[in-house]
Design a protein around this ligand. Structure first.
Ligand SMILES: C[S@@+](CC[C@H](N)C(=O)[O-])C[C@H]1O[C@@H](n2cnc3c(N)ncnc32)[C@H](O)[C@@H]1O
Length: 339
């Protein structure tokens, strides 16, 4: 078989070259022998620091990972395979599938295949109803596995316990939470206005040297999970969560904050009048919105003039696309400085 043969000293350089040029044979593993190494390759090529040798022996075979296609090949047609969801959201031990209507009568088979392939997953559910209502909750249906909709999700060094239908949570926003926590400076007091099960307060508490983080949440069940999660992560000294309507709770804070996070993209801007007086001059507001790409700049100007009208001018420092709501519509964060 065709191999690239080199000394162990040059192995790393050769490996990187083979990866860059897509020359690795996917079905075999490299073999070390007496200070030298054979890399399996797919075709003859000039490889710096290596000699191309056609060996009489085979290199060890890579263990073939079973795929969804292997498991479902007798159950789904080619057309049905093309309808399978390309990405799945995983929250804790639960995988959430988006099964198109055309595959409804195959949903059990599909779910069982995903369960068999993913050792860390214990339950497979499908999306039934999108996030809706004031609490932004959703409906899911259990397709197979353990009959539970409660799980504990690990993210950015914290554990977040939640019930998929009782409180809003999106695992896909983990990167955005990290982005915000990285901006928080030592000694900051931070307010998260729509805190849900408290993922933002916990990630900020874990990932920054903030002095204290406060959360406000309207959904009593969401708030209950937030309390559990503060305890679960031993962050009682750094995080305090409040139950209630942000319109009523926020004005009662005596202090002004260094930073306010507003993760309620549907209607968050309606709360600017409550948030702006409570952020210090020079402090930051992170306001989330659902916007079409072509509308982002225009809407940033609308928000800036809204703040000016409220007598609290801001400068929009960044416009960050941090998720997709539907084709062409993004979850956008405006990072705004109060001036
Ligand atoms: C999109 S979710 C975000 C939850 C959480 N921050 C997260 O990232 O997972 C918005 C949250 O705002 C809460 N909410 C809606 N209106 C509110 C209000 N007037 N005051 C406080 N919280 C509110 C909802 O119950 C929901 O939990």
């Amino acid at each position: 078989m065709l191999t690239a043969y080199t000394s162990l000293q040059n192995a790393q350089k050769v490996k990187e070259y083979l990866q860059k040029k897509d020359l690795f044979h996917p079905h075999f593993l490299p073999l070390k022998e007496m200070g030298f190494i054979y890399f399996p390759i797919i075709k003859k090529a000039k490889i710096p620091n290596a000699e191309v040798i056609n060996t009489k022996f085979l290199l060890p075979q890579r263990e073939k990972k079973e795929t969804i296609e292997d498991i479902l090949k007798d159950k789904l047609s080619k057309k049905q395979f093309s309808l399978l969801p390309q990405s799945q959201e995983i929250v804790g031990n639960i995988m959430i599938l988006e099964i198109p209507e055309e595959l409804k009568d195959k949903e059990k088979d599909i779910a069982e295949a995903y369960l068999a392939l993913n050792k860390n997953i214990t339950t497979i559910v499908k999306k039934e109803k999108m996030h809706s209502g004031e609490y932004r909750t959703r409906k899911v249906k259990i397709l197979c596995g353990k009959k539970t909709k409660e799980t504990t999700h690990l993210e950015n060094g914290v554990r977040i316990k939640l019930h998929l239908e009782k409180v809003y949570f999106s695992a896909r926003s983990g990167g955005e939470r990290l982005r915000i926590s990285r901006q928080v400076k030592k000694g900051e007091n931070v307010l998260v206005m729509f805190s849900g099960a408290a993922p933002f307060p916990l990630v900020i508490a874990r990932g920054s040297e903030a002095k204290h983080i406060y959360g406000v949440e309207l959904n009593p069940l969401g708030h209950k999970y937030a309390i559990d999660n503060v305890n679960l992560n031993n962050l009682q000294e750094k995080v305090t969560v409040h139950l209630g309507d942000a319109r009523k709770v926020v004005p009662k804070f005596r202090q002004q904050f260094n930073r306010i996070v507003m993760p309620l993209p549907k209607t968050g801007e309606e709360f600017l009048g409550v948030a702006l007086p409570k952020v210090k001059k020079g402090g930051m507001i992170h306001l989330y919105q659902f916007l079409e790409e072509s509308n982002i700049n225009k809407h940033a100007r609308v928000i800036a003039s809204m703040c000016k009208r409220l007598k609290y001018p801001v400068r929009i420092v960044r416009k960050v696309k941090c998720g997709q709501f539907s084709p062409g519509t993004f979850r956008v964060c405006f990072d705004m400085k109060k001036i």
